[in-house]
Design a protein around this ligand. Structure first.
Ligand code: SAM
Ligand code: SF4
Length: 337
């Protein structure tokens, strides 16, 4: 078999990174992500863990080398550790370079050691504030202490932790330096994420929440020396190093188009829809191929290729100060962040 990547889209981009949402449910209700009263999908709509295994494994046979498990909150899905253990066979065979996850951290005390045992080496934990009351306000249902303890557990288990912080104007803009220092003290990188217009979130207004990462960088530069890093991961993140702390700071600005030409990823929802682009409504149903063809992965692989052949060139987000255009009707918890 040749080593050349098998999944090449119409713009000659090799698809080597699959992000998989394993549930739309969550034990938090972050204000920028969900409304307080969410209606979740009926169970029959969800891919079973076995179906998830078949689909992910089919992608791996087609050259996907990195798998990120997300949600909703991936660690609240019943039986999810079995799925991680099952995916570890692809790490062992050398087919997969990395198995990782993005989590709110609430279940890490329970699962960190099992994740490490399954071959997970690095995880992303979302943490927007270090203040107890503010944390409760942002997540509505979460408790800061539990997440901090989860981060401890992850580090004790030998997992490398990166913190994801959504930049929220008027909310956590006073904590930028506290977060940098908290992460530096624990040898964690920090990635800032610009808030995106996804899904109905009830009464919250994202234009009110929008804090430009340009402004974040300007503020950081008042205290630190920022060194641009050439490194990219084929996604919307750009990195700088803080000379004084040695930390890497990521900036995820999904509204900009400047990463689309190197995009190497697609997203699979918990219902088996493949989103070829974060910023486009287009999707491709892979669940039917899996359900209608038990035991026949060739059909699944053919369908994956069809879906990749429809990957669009770039996305449509556009923020202006007065309106949000290119707004996506789906929630981030559906596609996975
Ligand atoms: N529950 C997990 C967590 O919070 O890390 C994984 C899923 S969550 C949807 C993935 C990431 O998306 C989190 O870092 C979260 O902060 C981010 N996110 C959710 N809604 C967002 C939005 N509207 N704009 C920007 N980031 C968002
Ligand atoms: Fe849950 Fe993550 Fe969305 Fe917060 S951002 S509500 S933790 S899925």
């Amino acid at each position: 078999m040749s080593d050349a990547p098998a999944l090449i889209d119409p713009f000659q981009r090799a698809i080597t990174y699959l992000r998989v949402s394993v549930t739309d449910r969550c034990d938090f209700r972050c204000v920028y992500c969900m409304s307080e009263n969410m209606t979740f999908l009926p169970k029959r709509e969800l891919l079973t863990l076995e179906e998830l295994d078949r689909l992910c494994s089919a992608f791996v046979t087609q050259g996907v080398r990195k798998l990120r498990i997300t949600g909703g909150e991936p660690l609240v899905r019943r039986g999810i550790m079995g799925f991680f253990q099952a995916m570890s066979r692809h790490l062992e065979s050398g087919a997969l370079d990395e198995l990782t996850l993005t989590t709110n951290g609430s279940q890490l005390r329970k699962y960190a050691a099992d994740l490490a045992a399954a071959g997970v080496r690095r995880i992303n934990v979302s943490l927007d504030t270090l203040q107890t009351a503010k944390f409760a306000e942002i997540t509505r249902w979460g408790r800061l202490g539990q997440v901090l303890d989860g981060i401890d557990a992850a580090q004790e288990a030998g997992l490398r932790v990166k913190i994801n912080m959504v930049a929220l104007k008027g909310c956590n803009d006073d904590e930028l330096f506290d977060m940098v220092e908290f992460c530096a003290a624990r040898d964690m990188d920090l990635t800032m994420i610009e808030v995106m217009p996804m899904g109905d979130i009830g009464n919250e207004d994202r234009l009110d929440q929008y804090w430009s990462l340009k402004d974040v960088a300007t503020e950081l530069a008042t205290r630190y020396t920022l060194i641009d890093l050439a490194e990219t991961t084929g996604g919307p993140a750009r990195y700088r190093r803080i000379a004084e702390t040695g930390q890497k700071i990521g900036f995820i600005t999904p509204m900009t188009h400047n990463f689309c030409e190197s995009c190497n990823r697609v997203r699979l929802t918990c219902t088996g829809q493949l989103f070829q682009c974060l910023g486009q409504e287009g999707e491709y149903d892979l669940r039917r191929a899996v359900r209608d063809n038990p035991g026949d992965d060739n059909v699944v692989i053919t369908e994956i290729h069809r879906a990749i052949a429809m990957k669009p060139k770039g996305h449509d987000f556009d923020y202006t100060r007065t309106s949000v255009s290119g707004k996506m009707s789906r929630h981030m918890s559906h596609t996975g962040g």
